[in-house]
Design a protein around this ligand. Structure first.
Ligand code: BES
Ligand code: MN
Ligand code: ZN
Length: 499
């Protein structure tokens, strides 16, 4: 989609459709009132007829409004003005864009970003608008033999802002929103691609393709032989259960000063998780193709960095493997030695994410990171604890945790912190090795993070469990592209490019 921002009188716009907000009960928003005036009260007369009173979920398409240059006007119900907030604004945008994309208009002028709310500024509303518009028009049909795209898809959105002095801010918001959406769409595409196509080698190929786009991004792929030389016994033990060889994807984005320490993002790239010998139950097992969404979010965030040419050094590390049962697979009770030298008793082969991540974390020491954030669909327990709306955040570093929480709130891609207290660590005690790979009953999300913390002692570190937030189940099944907005916002803020 093509986006532009513009100032001017809503009633003087020329496009296939002008989108206006209406509050309940039958209260025209300011731009709608201006249009109503130019149309000599045509909008008020229609509202009086009662077809639309501005409630949420209502929409009304009008044609040939007198005194207006647009072919159509789309009235979008916004609910009461008092309750109108960021979430409702975003919903109104999504509804408008969905209708436009399915309808006949191929370009539209949106007056919704100018509707103020207590919890947003113009920058936020514009950026949300771009994200919601991209989300509403996203489709994954590359595996359909006959894709059925909309007949007349929406191609161009003009965002109208009243205040001429805010034009620069609005343009930055569009630019940032587009980059985030680009990253999210890449993360979604990779997530939705099935396990037979999205293998560790495929992820590596996609990373290489990203690297070809810019001289600032250097991509290095480690094969199993190199991982063996590094002593990555935990990562390789997971890969042994699969015919697909593991890969360690390393993407170095050098946008900052050569000597400035990088932010390192580590993403779990488990391209299919059947559980291994501790095999999962069959229902919804297909959704375990999404077990690489952490890795996909790292590729997506780096794609956003490239697009924005961020003046920062960022490194992405994605351990990629498949977890299947096989004669060579890990068995419960097996003990492996990680790259750090610490030994691990594998009591459940389904707790494989931490096994591939621990070696990836040790690998990160060489970068002398400013901070490391790992992102992983790590525990079913996180879905129980937080559901789909928040990613789980764990860190021993309060300043880093606060920075991540703030980035989540600002981007509307929120995280919620869980404790990482010392007391939980003993749940990982093993009689036979330095630690077990599971923490028993209680606090499964936290004990998984405790496990990782033992491999992150040499740098500032935080862990995001995205098991609940990375994809939707049921009828709306599909990857969400989260937490690309949170991560991109985190990096933008580190460059002082956003509020
Ligand atoms: N990838 C799963 C976590 C998961 C499960 C994410 C369901 C989303 C939905 C992970 O590898 C896993 O299997 N974790 C186990 C850990 C357990 C054996 C300690 C889990 O959560 O059941
Ligand atoms: Mn698992
Ligand atoms: Zn997994």
């Amino acid at each position: 989609m093509d986006y532009s921002v513009k100032t001017g009188d809503p009633s003087k716009q020329r496009s296939a459709c002008l989108v206006l907000g209406v509050f309940s009960k039958r209260k025209l928003s300011d731009p709608a009132r201006a249009v109503d005036k130019a149309a000599r009260g045509a909008l008020s007369r229609i509202l009086k007829k009662g077809d639309m009173d501005g409630e949420e979920n209502q929409a009304l398409m009008l044609y040939e409004t007198p005194g207006i240059l647009c072919d159509r006007i789309l009235l979008i119900g916004c609910g009461t003005k008092k309750e109108f907030n960021r979430a409702r604004h975003a919903k109104a945008v999504a509804r408008a864009v969905t209708l436009l994309n399915d309808g006949h208009a191929m370009d539209a002028t949106l007056c919704l970003p100018d509707l103020e709310t207590k919890d947003t500024d113009l920058y936020t509303r514009i950026r949300d608008t771009v994200l919601r518009a991209e989300e509403s028009t996203y489709r994954f049909d590359q595996c359909k033999s006959e894709p059925k795209p909309p007949k007349r898809p929406l191609k161009k959105l003009t965002l109208l802002v009243g205040d001429r002095r805010r034009l620069k801010t609005a343009e930055h918001a569009v630019e940032h929103g587009r980059a985030m959406a680009l990253g999210m769409n890449l993360a979604k595409d990779l997530g939705n691609l099935p396990g037979n196509l999205c293998t560790p080698s495929h992820l590596a190929d996609r990373a290489r393709a990203l690297g070809r786009k810019s001289r600032r991004l250097r991509v290095k792929i480690l094969e199993e032989k190199q991982m063996k030389e590094l002593g990555m016994g935990a990562l390789l033990s997971v890969a042994r259960g699969s015919r697909q060889p593991a890969r360690l994807i390393v993407m170095e984005y050098r946008g900052g000063k050569p000597n400035s320490k990088p932010v390192v993002l580590v993403g779990k790239g488990l391209t299919f998780d059947a559980g291994g010998i501790s095999i999962k139950p069959s229902p919804a097992m297909d959704e375990m193709k999404y077990d690489m969404c952490g890795g996909a979010s790292v590729l997506g965030t780096l794609a956003a960095c490239l697009e924005l040419k961020l003046p920062l050094n960022v490194i992405g590390v994605v351990p990629a493997a498949e977890n299947l049962p096989d004669g060579a697979a890990n068995k419960p009770g097996d003990i492996v030695t990680s790259m750090s030298g610490q030994t691990i008793e594998i009591l459940n082969t389904d707790a494989e994410g931490r096994l591939i991540l621990c070696d990836a974390l040790t690998y990160c020491e060489r970068f002398e990171p400013a901070a490391v954030i790992d992102i992983a669909t790590l525990t079913g327990a996180c879905v129980i604890a937080l559901g789909k709306h928040a990613s789980g955040l764990m860190s021993g570093d309060d300043a880093l945790a606060d920075e991540i929480l703030a980035a989540g709130t600002h981007s509307g891609d929120r995280a919620w912190r869980l404790p990482l207290w010392e007391e939980y660590q003993s749940q990982l005690d093993s009689n036979f090795a330095d630690m077990a790979n599971i923490g028993g009953k209680g606090g499964g999300t936290i004990t998984a993070a405790c496990f990782l913390s033992r491999y992150a002692r040499k740098f500032k570190w935080a862990h995001l469990d995205i098991a609940g937030s990375a994809w939707n189940s049921g009828k709306e099944k599909g990857a969400t592209g989260r937490p690309v907005p949170l991560l991109t916002q985190f990096l933008l803020k580190r460059c002082r490019l956003t509020p």
